[in-house]
Design a binder for this molecule. Structure first.
Ligand SMILES: NC(=O)c1ccc[n+]([C@@H]2O[C@H](COP(=O)([O-])OP(=O)(O)OC[C@H]3O[C@@H](n4cnc5c(N)ncnc54)[C@H](OP(=O)(O)O)[C@@H]3O)[C@@H](O)[C@H]2O)c1
Length: 333
C-alpha cells in the first residue's frame, strides 16, 4: 500500500504558536520546540514518531532538536528523522530549523567523543547522512571538554559554518567562564553564537542562579531550556505511581530513587496550584520557564501526541501573579 502523502495543516502558523527572537539574530524560534532524545529511536514505533512530528509541525513547531547519539541505538533518532524528512518534511525544509550536536560518547576509539576537531567534523558528516540533510540549521558542541583546547573546538564550529554544513552554531551545558570565552572567540571570527542550551525547570534553577541566562542575554545569544518538565517529573505522570510505559520505568536517564516521598508531596502541591490556574502540571511547568523573556524556547520531549497536545496549551497562559510565584517557592522550599 502506498502511504498517504503528508500535507501539513494550512493554519499551522495561525493556531496559537508564538515565536521569540533568538538573542541578537534574525532567527525566530517557536516557544515550544520538540526534542528527539527519547521516543524516536529504532526501539520505538515509527508510526508514533511520525505522528508526533506531524502534530508538532501542524501546530507551528518549526524547531526539532537532535544529537548524534539520540536513540537508542546511537544515531537512530537521526535516522528516524531522516525517514520523516523523506516521507513528509522534505518539501518544507525551508520552514524547519533543525539542530544536532556532538560531544558525548558516539563511536569506539579516541575520536568518537568529547570536543576535538576530528570528532566534531566527522560526527556532523555522519549526522547529515543519517538525517538526509545537506546542512543543519544549528550545530552545537554538546558539552565543554576540559581536555581539548577550547580554541580547537570553537574553530571547528567556525569552519563548519564556513563550509556551509551548519548555518548557525551553539553551545550546550558550558560552564560560565568557558561560555564567555566562546562568545568572544566566535564573535571575533564573525560567527555569532546563536544559542546556549541548558537544563532549566522548576526543580533546577542553575542557569538563573549561576548567571548563565543573563550572560547569554548580554552576549546577544538566545537561551533554550532542555528538560523543562524534568524528564516527566513535572507532569501528572508520577503522581499516582510509576506507569509501566514511563521513562522512569525504563530505568535509564530518570532513576526511581529521585522520586522521594518529599518530592512527590511537592509535585502534588504544584499540581493543585496548576489546577487553580486552569492548567495541568505540565502546562504550568512550561509556562513557568517561558514567563522569563530571557528564555527563547523550551525543548520538550513527548511519548505521545496527547502529551504534545497538552504541552502546546502552555502557551495560552505564561503569566504568573506575585502570589502564584510565592506559592510555588513555598512549595519547593
Ligand atoms: N543538551 C543536552 O545535554 C540535553 C540533555 C537532555 C535533553 N536535551 C534536549 O531536550 C529535549 C527534551 O528533554 P526531555 O525529554 O528530558 O524533556 P522533558 O520535556 O522534561 O521530558 C519529556 C518527558 O516527559 C513526559 N511528558 C511530556 N509531556 C507530558 C505531559 N503533557 N503529560 C505527562 N507526561 C509528559 C514524557 O515522559 P514519558 O516518556 O515517560 O511518557 C516525556 O518523554 C531532548 O529531546 C533533547 O532534545 C538536551
Amino acid at each position: 500500500m502506498i502511504p498517504p502523502i503528508y500535507s501539513p495543516a494550512a493554519d499551522r502558523y495561525d493556531n496559537g504558536m508564538k515565536y521569540r527572537r533568538c538573542g541578537r539574530s534574525g532567527i525566530l524560534l517557536p516557544e515550544i520546540s520538540l526534542g528527539l532524545w527519547h521516543n524516536f529511536g529504532d526501539v520505538n514505533p515509527l508510526a508514533n514518531s511520525l505522528a508526533m512530528a506531524h502534530h508538532a509541525f501542524d501546530h507551528g513547531i518549526t524547531h526539532f532538536d537532535l544529537a548524534n547519539n539520540y536513540g537508542p541505538s546511537y544515531g537512530s533518532a537521526e535516522e528516524t528523522f531522516g525517514q520523516i524528512m523523506k516521507k513528509s518534511f522534505a518539501p518544507y525544509r525551508d520552514e524547519l530549523f533543525i539542530s544536532s550536536k556532538a560531544g558525548y560518547d558516539m563511536w569506539p576509539g579516541p575520536y568518537g567523543n568529547w570536543g576535538s576537531r576530528k570528532y566534531l567534523m566527522s560526527s556532523l558528516d555522519q549526522s547529515l547522512r543519517r538525517m538526509n540533510l545537506e546542512y543543519v540549521d544549528l550545530f552545537y558542541t554538546h558539552r565543554y571538554d576540559p581536555e581539548t583546547p577550547l580554541e580547537e573546538t570553537l574553530q571547528a564550529l567556525v569552519d563548519i559554518v564556513r563550509q556551509g554544513k551548519a548555518l548557525y552554531i551553539g553551545i550546550s551545558r558550558y560552564p560560565k567562564e568557558a561560555a564567555q570565552f566562546a562568545y568572544r572567540y566566535l564573535e571575533e571570527r564573525d560567527v555569532h553564537c546563536l544559542l546556549y542550551q541548558g537544563k532549566y525547570n522548576l526543580l533546577n534553577r542553575e542557569p538563573e542562579e549561576e548567571g548563565i541566562l543573563r550572560q547569554a542575554q548580554e552576549n546577544g545569544t538566545g537561551f533554550i531550556a532542555f528538560s523543562p518538565l524534568a524528564q516527566g517529573l513535572l507532569t501528572n505522570r508520577y503522581l499516582n505511581g510509576i506507569p509501566a510505559d514511563s521513562r522512569m520505568a525504563q530505568g535509564g536517564s530518570l532513576k526511581e530513587n529521585v522520586l522521594t516521598p518529599a518530592l512527590l508531596g511537592k509535585l502534588k502541591a504544584l499540581d493543585k496550584l496548576a489546577g487553580q490556574r486552569g492548567q495541568t502540571l505540565a502546562e504550568m511547568a512550561l509556562a513557568w520557564v517561558l514567563k522569563d523573556e530571557m528564555v527563547t524556547s523550551v525543548i520538550i520531549g513527548a511519548s505521545s501526541v496527547e502529551q504534545l497536545e497538552d504541552n502546546l496549551k502552555a502557551i495560552g497562559n505564561t503569566q504568573f501573579s506575585e502570589e502564584e510565584l510565592k506559592a510555588i517557592e513555598e512549595i519547593l522550599d
